[in-house]
Design a protein around this ligand. Structure first.
Ligand SMILES: Cc1ncc(COP(=O)(O)O)c(C=O)c1O
Length: 427
């Protein structure tokens, strides 16, 4: 495959952008080989600067549930853009999408839009701290909530001590208030809350973890967390930035019937534009300025173009859309896992509906320790490059999820199935 222009552009990009990228995982450092420079997308297809086509399962990290350049998005964009791009005031577009979100996500009575998932989790935690007047937070090993200082903790750094940071440049002050506990471990959670309940402001969790492969939280675990947080004046925050609107119009919380106090959203609600949102019970959200004393603001927050594109995306997410996408995903996972089982291959597809990851062991994964045991950068790189050679674009990192969209066809999935099986038959 000729990627001459990708190489040229990336080489030049490295002279002016750090590592040639604006987000580290794009650099292909985890899989090796040469990063591709993409130029356009249509439906399930991505095209690089050399006009090579790839079936895209990264989908802007799960944002593009309708695929690339969906007709409704293009149409609304064309219409919206001629009326101005940013006003710095409330708009009716914001109102419409806010109504849609509060109607469908059970935990959100009041919402605030921001520009990224990171901003959403950071701000939700600030509100939770303001509301409870407590400072410590609990997160879970292997869950990613963006690059907010208080949440960049080293997974598996031990529960007896507060966490260590996973990045340079983060002061002890930030990390000293964060516990990182094992995912899906009710006992440890209960123990830590019993010891520190007077200091714990909130618990933040991905109800289906999507950043250590795909690992659904056990229902019993989420229910325990819900019960214990409720009893101890601790705000429960679901990070549904990846799962929100992916498999159900009401998020994972609606599917499981476990309703948090606050929820963070992002990705899908922007239809491919930068966005984040957080919301929750009216009582809690009223601590936020201008009503309350928790400050958070943004020049571009609730941008009118982004809000219109986001709403156009959400309006496509009908019950029949989800029924089809979820069934499509389940069938693919079943077929691939049957292949692995029949051929006694040390791999399985871990998935929650259309959010998927390939794990390099037979046993299911329940937490970060399992995720590490089931991961293999070397094997993943080989599969990744085999797929890339056959014009399939997967996330360039082992622990990232891959996704299906409404624009993928059975033919697309047959090709993916064929090349994954081909790899495992020969390796
Ligand atoms: C679950 C989850 N939370 C938060 C974030 C951060 O969102 P953003 O990259 O928009 O800051 C991500 C990003 O992938 C995510 O997957």
């Amino acid at each position: 495959m000729d990627i001459k222009r990708s190489k040229q552009i990336f080489k030049e990009a490295q002279t002016v952008m750090v590592g040639g990228v604006n987000s580290p995982v794009r650099s292909f450092r985890l899989v090796g080989g040469h990063p591709l420079v993409m130029k356009s997308g249509q439906g399930s297809q991505l095209f690089d600067e050399d006009q090579n086509a790839y079936t895209d399962y990264c989908l802007s990290w799960g944002s593009l549930i309708l695929g690339h350049s969906h007709k409704d998005i293009v149409q609304i964009l064309k219409k919206a853009i001629v009326h101005g791009t940013s006003f710095g005031t409330t708009t009716s577009a914001e109102l419409e999408i806010a109504k849609f979100i509060t109607k469908n996500i059970p935990s959100i009575e009041r919402v605030r839009f921001v520009n990224s998932g990171t901003e959403a989790t950071m701000s939700a935690i600030r509100v939770a701290r303001g509301f409870t007047k407590k400072e410590k937070i609990i997160k879970f090993d292997g869950c990613y909530h963006g690059h907010f200082d208080d949440l960049l903790t080293k997974a598996g750094s031990g529960v007896a001590n507060l966490s260590e940071s996973s990045s340079l440049g983060i002061t002890k002050n930030h990390i000293q208030n964060t516990f990182s506990l094992p995912f899906n471990d009710s006992q440890t959670f209960e123990k830590i809350v019993t010891q520190h309940k007077a200091e714990i402001a909130c618990v933040i969790i991905e109800p289906v973890a999507g950043n250590m492969g795909v690992i659904p939280a056990k229902e019993e675990f989420l229910k325990t967390i819900r019960q214990i947080t409720q009893k101890n004046n601790i705000v429960l925050i679901f990070d549904e930035i990846m799962t929100g609107f992916r498999s159900h119009i009401g998020g994972v919380q609606s599917e499981l019937g476990v309703i948090p106090d606050m929820t963070c959203l992002g990705k899908i609600i922007g239809g491919g534009f930068p966005v984040g949102a957080y919301g929750g019970k009216r009582e809690i959200m009223s601590y936020l300025a201008p009503l309350g004393g928790v400050y958070q603001a943004g020049t571009f927050a609730g941008n009118p173009v982004v809000m219109q594109v986001g709403l156009a995306t959400l309006k496509n997410l009908t019950p029949s859309f989800y029924k089809k996408l979820n069934a499509f995903a389940d069938q693919f996972a079943q077929k691939l896992n049957a292949f692995f089982q029949k051929n006694q291959i040390e791999a399985f597809l871990s998935h929650y509906k259309s959010m998927m990851s390939l794990r390099f062991r037979k046993k299911p994964v329940a937490n970060y320790e399992d995720a590490v045991a089931a991961s293999s950068q070397a094997k993943y790189s080989k599969v990744f490059h085999q797929l890339l050679r056959h014009q399939i674009y997967w996330p360039p990192a082992d622990l990232e999820a891959f996704f299906l969209s409404g624009s993928h066809t059975q033919a697309d999935l047959n090709v993916l199935y064929r090349w994954i099986c081909d790899y495992f038959s020969k390796n």
